[in-house]
Design a protein around this ligand. Structure first.
Ligand code: PMP
Length: 363
């Protein structure tokens, strides 16, 4: 088997080895079709079966209620930042944004092109080190929608549960970095989107789960490729979708199901992150950047030593031991261990061992 390091990358991120092996086996010929998986027409039966299976697995794993569409788009989560207001924020209208990090800010910036994003809450004053409480959140009177980022990849915070929007405002969620990492109640959401490259598969596919009646709220004409209706009506096959990405995503969903579904992966994610936070809380050298009770992310665990040179020395020390991509985002510094669904628990043990060894080597 080829050498595989522990990959703590925030995304694109580690994928299950069984998925990579299965994808590799089907590059030259998908099953016994004699045509590689990337070479099949998106209109042919083999691919249509793949996209239908991917949709069915999403519906099953996330318990998607009737009246919702499961869509596969391109353009990443960043295109959703724009498509959402483009479709649903009337000229000069207001939409509420919960500001919990750089991605929330980027999302709100796109809304400014059409209307007025209202900051319902923000933890920016303390460099996004926590999730504001519902008591600190003030919605506008009748927002077109309420947007939040369920997991803040850069700052390592995660909403413990989804916010409750006022009135009949649809809840819109950027779930890029915690999608399918724990059970969720889709019926609370109007629109949920996620770039695939963290928990679902390779980059190039964006999963969108949308309540169909949102289409009635469309407020302006937009190009076909930026119109949710195009994807609903065309079953994500209006134009050529990212076929290979959707195939790998289907394999990842299969893997999640075999692992025991969302409850089982959530348990494992909680065990992995808790072990690391417990270690950090007890360490004299390493400190978690998010305090207990402030919405610690189970997906991205951020920590620092408080000294940039020591951080850099540890990142190098870990890298030499096959613990890769631990460098934190430049806006936080320090280290970030991304522990998505496919990250193996043994990698957390290795990281803790390395931290202990590093700490001992310095005293
Ligand atoms: N939202 C979140 C929470 C993210 O972590 C990222 C990517 N790291 C994005 C949005 C942007 O996603 P994309 O690169 O797919 O546009």
């Amino acid at each position: 088997a080829p050498l595989r390091h522990y990959n703590f990358s925030a995304g694109p991120a580690v994928l299950p080895e069984s998925v990579l092996e299965e994808a590799g086996r089907n590059l030259m010929s998908l099953g016994d079709t004699g045509v590689g998986v990337m070479e099949h027409s998106h209109r042919g039966k083999p691919f249509v079966e793949i996209i239908e299976r991917a949709e069915a697995l999403i519906r099953k794993l996330a318990n998607v209620p009737d009246g919702y569409s499961v869509l596969f788009l391109q353009g990443g989560a960043s295109l959703q930042f724009a498509m959402c207001p483009m479709n649903f924020l009337p000229d000069g209208g207001t939409a509420d944004y919960l500001m919990t990090g750089s991605w929330s800010k980027k999302a709100a910036k796109e809304a400014k092109l059409y209307g007025n994003p209202h900051t319902a809450c923000s933890s920016e004053a303390t460099n996004f080190d926590r999730i504001p409480t519902p008591a600190e959140t003030t919605y506008s009177d009748d927002p077109a929608y309420v947007h939040f980022t369920s997991n803040n990849t850069i700052f390592g915070t995660q909403f413990p549960t989804e916010p409750t929007p006022p009135g009949d405002a649809p809840l819109v969620c950027d779930a890029s970095s915690d999608i399918l990492s724990r059970p969720l109640d889709i019926s609370k959401y109007g629109l949920l989107y996620a770039g695939a490259q963290k928990n679902l598969g390779p980059s190039g596919v964006t999963l969108v789960v949308m309540r169909d009646d949102l289409l009635e709220r469309k407020c302006r004409e937009v190009p076909a490729m930026l119109d949710y209706k195009t994807y609903v009506e065309g079953k994500s096959l209006y134009n050529t979708p990212p076929t290979f990405g959707i195939y790998v995503l289907m394999l990842v969903l299969d893997w999640i199901e075999k692992e025991g579904g969302l409850t089982a992966v959530a348990d494992r994610n909680e065990t992995k992150a808790t072990k690391l936070y417990d270690y950090l809380d007890g360490s004299d050298l390493f400190k978690p950047t998010v305090a207990k009770g402030n919405g610690r992310s189970l997906m991205n665990v951020c920590f620092v030593t408080g000294n940039d040179e020591t951080d850099a020395a540890f990142i190098k020390f870990a890298d030499e031991r096959g613990l890769k991509t631990l460098k934190g985002h430049r806006s936080v510094g320090g280290m970030r261990a991304s522990l998505y669904n496919a990250f193996p628990p043994a990698g957390v043990d290795k990281l803790i061992e390395a931290m202990e060894e590093f700490e001992a080597s310095r005293s």
